[in-house]
Design a protein around this ligand. Sequence first.
Ligand SMILES: [Mn+2]
Length: 323
Amino acid sequence: MSIRIGFMSNTSDSQLRFIQQMGVTDVVTSLRAEERGDVWGFEPMLRLRKKVEDAGLTLSVFEGIPVPDRAKLGLPGRDEDIDNYCESLRNMGRAGIPVVCYNWMVAFGWLRTSTTTPVRGGAVATTYDHEEMQRGPLTEHGEVGEDLLWKALEYFLKAVVPVAEESGVKLAMHPCDPPLSPIRGIGRIMTSPENFQRLIDLVPSPNNGLTFCQGCFTEMGVDIAATIHDFGKQGKIFFSHFRNLNGTAAKFTEQFHDDGQQDMYVAMKAYYDAGVEGAIRPDHAPTMEGDDNSHPGYAPQGRLLAVGYMRGLMEAIEKAGGA
Ligand SMILES: [Mn+2]
């Protein structure tokens, strides 16, 4: 076993064929908005897995199920949210979907100041500029401290991790993107390797781990290979996002996978050397000629180029005897 390339998909018939044509094996997806409820149902999840399998592919990761801000902030009503979350996880397990990617970002998710920054050849990519973003107003939540977020996370994990264990579902925490705190008054805690270690140690369990979003860890300015080794050897990387960029958390621009500051051969080799298993998908890629920019980072051609590049790196590593 080793890592396998996954692809984020809406699971349309056309996309599932596209995924097969790339030689990709794994699908990363979620339920459609109209299929979601307070509790995510067993039947739509089961049918989704069957649809992916009937196309000859494996549904390996759900990117969802979102944790409501009420639970992330420890507000009244969170017990109801947590009960619903637990029941959704049970249904995921019953439907045979093994990994859920979630995050602890409040008010803002994935946050950028531009989605139209020119990169190589006039392709467009996303940029984050903290100085610009901080000029914006506070959100409806006002000032939110990191301590409060840690306490609410611990409360959540103590309730949810045992259910994840019973259900055979792995909880894969995605970093805050960008990994900065605070942003317009909102604290962010999933922002450093030390804080991910704290997450893992809060409620130790084989089902409590992370989504190694290489882009976010690059934004943090850490040694990517050493960080993959550290969490990979602990068996805590359940899912990975492969991404490149130039800059730091406070100011960066996403780049083509072969055109950013990170040595992607070194990164890919680290997943092999650390014995990481599970899906690794191309994360955001620039929008190329012929594609529209309605879903920045997720247009097909940039991700197609990324998959070809990833396959080449993997073949090179495997032929050189790397794991
Ligand atoms: Mn990511």
